[in-house]
Design a protein around this ligand. Structure first.
Ligand code: SF4
Length: 616
């Protein structure tokens, strides 16, 4: 099952069973394989698990499954060197291979840094030699949250630090003439991971390397949020043609990750014939750092405002005030008042028909221009023009003129009129199969022409399942938002529930950290080291805390890797032994060995003690 080059993008998952439990691991591996996985990764935290990989592999082969196996190694060279003789690939984490975090040294001189590299070379070389001898592949997999002390000292936990961390190991491999390498740069923040992979590609090109890439967002969580976060990160890179294998890390059964991964990947197998997008002459977007595109503020759209959310509901879905509770506007008849939730959209598009009741003040209406023109009361309503109408009309709004266009509508006259109209907001559409790239091309043109008009990115999806809607829209819109492009998003999905479309819209803004409206959960996918039922615990914590807007809570299965990998969480709930939990505030441990039956209450006490609690 070769990887890279012109091979298809491979998908994979990882077992969560105890690696010493051969039959449980074999049976879970089979479920993963049957779901369509190309590879199965199994954790080997110590030598005894690495040895047991032999039994697992033998049993799988006996049952007729030839799928390549990958041993996941942290810290222990002897486990890696044994596993490399047994399975098809080993994964090492350069942040902790032969390296325990001490943080005793705060300043590395050049000489100390060189000595560290020499020490790593000595510890890593035997593994490379075994891999060479046995024809075993290797993933050098950097994690944002577990960089080595020397990297942290020199580069901080930056994308550059992540890239250097991997390249230090790659250079050793190259010196030993070993090239069966794949690289990864995972982080729980999609933006960090996108920048790290892009930087890795650029640095590899500089050094004449072109190793394949394994893509993943770590600790993405579960359900809709986990899928959005994964699609925002992995999708953005696949959109750019980067990535040879992917793993979607969800806090769910590992076989549930595979259909999600396949759905994400399949989109890119069908793109070959997309409509041509004009070449880019000068690219004003920095791929390695997000800088929001500079736009003029137009009635709270653009400028420094968070991106707005526009919905286009079927009319029945908003024809009565009660129906709006699906989109976070709850009407109380008795009090004649609206209760407005954190995920309440800013605009609804009604086309050619008005509702018969007064909408809440924060929800404005967009109508087709011809309908809007005839309205007596235009105070909360704005026109949506076609390019032709926009150029021809003399009657525009004095607040916002939404201009619905796609790349082919732009011409000199339109550019001129946009430049003269400080009330214009572009609604950018696309029918291109490679729509993100076409829309990005329009942004580039606007930037190069120094047009600071705000842009709402609009995408339409028909005949897609709810899960496809989540993945596709997160990849399409998230990619642009991650690059600082877009002052609003507008997802049309007439076949899917409006409630879902609204929730996805806010989920994408949350995952790209452009508009925070929810609690953020960073939960590991679990593996053989996990000390408690992650799915159940995550659900329990969610129920109690999902109203804490902007608070980041990490739920990690083990104390070995958990604290390192929970990245920028505000609070951490980490398994520290059977039935025991440790709680963290940021990276600092605040309470150890708590009985798991009271640990969720203790977590809430900790959040309260730090002033981050609000009543629901
Ligand atoms: S944090 Fe620990 S339990 Fe969770 S996936 Fe990583 S190694 Fe496994």
């Amino acid at each position: 099952m070769p990887l890279g080059g012109n091979n298809p993008i491979r998908v994979q998952s990882m077992t969560t069973t105890d690696t010493m439990d051969t039959i449980a691991t074999v049976e879970q591996s089979i479920r993963i394989i049957e779901a369509g996985s190309d590879y199965v990764r199994i954790t080997a935290p110590a030598l005894k698990e690495a040895v047991n990989l032999e039994n697992i592999k033998r049993e799988l082969r006996k049952r007729g499954y030839g799928t390549p196996l990958i041993a996941d190694i942290h810290f222990t060279p002897n486990a890696a060197e044994h596993a490399a003789r047994v399975v098809e690939k080993v994964r090492v984490n350069p942040g902790n291979y032969a390296d325990r975090k001490k943080f005793k040294i705060f300043q590395y001189t050049d000489q100390m840094y060189e000595n560290e590299l020499e020490r790593i070379r000595e510890r890593f070389t035997p593994l490379v030699k075994v891999c060479k001898e046995y024809g075993t592949a290797m993933r050098i997999g950097t994690n944002h949250g577990s960089l080595s002390d020397r990297i942290m000292n020199r580069y901080g936990d930056t994308p550059l630090g992540m890239v250097e961390s991997a390249l230090e190991f790659v250079r050793i491999c190259e010196d030993l003439d070993y090239h069966e390498i794949v690289l990864s740069m995972k982080a729980s923040n999609p933006q960090v991971m996108i920048q790290a992979y892009r930087l890795l590609v650029a640095k590899m090109e500089e050094e004449g390397m072109n190793y394949p890439l394994h893509l993943g967002v770590t600790e993405a969580g579960d359900g809709e949020d986990g899928r959005i976060k994964s699609a925002v990160g992995i999708g953005a890179l696949l959109e750019d043609g980067i990535g040879d294998t992917i793993r979607v890390s969800l806090t769910e059964e590992p076989e549930a990750e595979i259909p999600v991964a396949i759905r994400l990947v399949n989109r890119y197998n069908e793109r070959g014939e997309h409509k041509v997008i004009p070449d880019i002459v000068a690219n004003p977007i920095d791929p390695f750092e997000r800088t929001r595109r500079n736009t003029v503020e137009t009635d709270k759209i653009g400028g420094k405002n968070v991106p707005v959310v526009v919905l286009s509901p079927r009319f029945e879905a908003v024809s009565k005030a009660e129906n709006l509770s699906d989109i976070s506007y709850t009407y109380s008849k008795e009090l004649d008042k609206w209760n407005i939730g954190d995920t309440a959209p800013d605009f609804i598009y009604l086309g050619k028909q008005d509702v018969t009741f007064a909408l809440p003040g924060t929800l404005k209406k967009i109508f087709d221009y011809k309908y809007w023109r005839k309205l007596d009361d235009k105070s909360d309503s704005f026109p949506l023009f076609t390019a032709e109408e926009y150029i021809d009309t003399e009657k525009r709004s004095d607040k916002i003129n939404f201009l619905s266009v796609s790349i082919d509508d732009f011409n000199d006259e339109l550019y001129k009129q946009i430049a003269d109209d400080k009330k214009c907001v572009i609604v950018l559409n696309t029918n291109n199969m490679h729509g993100m790239a076409e829309q990005r091309r329009v942004f580039i043109e606007l930037m190069n022409r120094k047009l600071d008009v705000p842009v709402i990115i609009r995408r339409s999806y028909e005949n897609v399942s709810d899960e496809e809607l989540i993945l596709y829209s997160a990849a399409d819109l998230g990619t642009l938002l991650n690059d600082g492009l877009g002052d609003g998003i507008w997802i049309d999905a007439p076949d899917n529930p409006l409630k879902l479309t609204n929730s996805i819209s806010f989920g994408i803004l949350q995952a790209t950290r452009t508009r925070i409206s929810r609690t953020e959960y960073i939960s590991c996918p679990s593996c053989g080291r996990t000390q408690f039922d992650l799915q159940e615990t995550t659900a329990k914590i969610r129920v109690r805390t999902d109203h804490l807007k902007g608070v980041k809570i990490a739920i990690m299965g083990c104390i070995v890797n958990g604290p390192g990998e929970m990245a920028d969480a505000d609070f951490g709930y980490v398994g520290s032994g059977p039935g025991k939990i440790s709680l963290y505030k940021g990276k600092e441990i605040v309470e150890r060995g708590i009985e798991s039956n009271v640990a969720v209450d203790k977590l809430i006490e900790l959040i309260k003690a730090n002033g981050r609690w609000t009543e629901n």
